[in-house]
Write a new protein. Sequence first.
Length: 287
Amino acid sequence: MINELELRKQLLKMGNEKIAYFGVPGSYSHEAMLNIFGEEADAIYRESFEEVFKVLVEGKVKYGVLPIENSSTGGITDVMDLLKKYDCYVVGEKCIAINHCLMGIDGAKLEDIEEVYSHTQGLLQCKEFLEQHKQWKLFDYYNTAKSAEYVKSSNSIHKAAIGGKAAAKLYGLNIIKQPINSNKENYTRFIIISKELMSFENSDKISIILNLPHVSGSLYNVIKVIYENNLNMMMIESRPIMGMPWEYSFYIDFEGNLKEERVKKAIDIIKEKSADFRLVGNYKKDM
């Protein structure tokens, strides 16, 4: 696992920098931010992914923290799309275990529940548990912590939220059942974004976004370059290109450091084969 103290030293080498994270206090993004930057972090929160990007590009914060991938449900494509939209870079990542709880106000029992609130990811990651209670109405809410806050304010034994222990504690809710996520090895990978491209001596992961010509074999030719240069591809996700039906951009992660000759060679060739190319980051992976 990546050493949080070392990452923090690298990212905060200029002093106490301001950070923005997605969600609210008690959310998993808040937990990830604290794991990376510590309790002393000068942090603000925003309740949408795009707002985190906006305050970053406006210069109001030095770093942003957002989820990018879950081990159960895959890539968080909204964040990938925003990485393409905004001129910023991934400078680090942190994986944290996600153990969801069903929580309600004092006195609420499983048989009382009629409505359940959580972020889309929270609902998806607890699909098997929720399918055992098909009578419940499910509501896609802002985020897990905001869902806990809403259930607390409703003061109804018929409403419950899905989220983490930190949210239950912060908003004074009782845990009715835990853990309820379908995959007991459930992790979310969070990225740290910056307006500056940073690469450290121990950086070993590269992220790129590219558009490919709409011709036969274009994706194969890129994957072949990665293979021929002995680079391990860790993730690939296709995204539709707005205004260009049936054409796609690709978000790709592979191992390597920008100082390596084989990496430089691979990137140069991939650029030549791409209709559009952007280096998103070179950073230390966290597994």
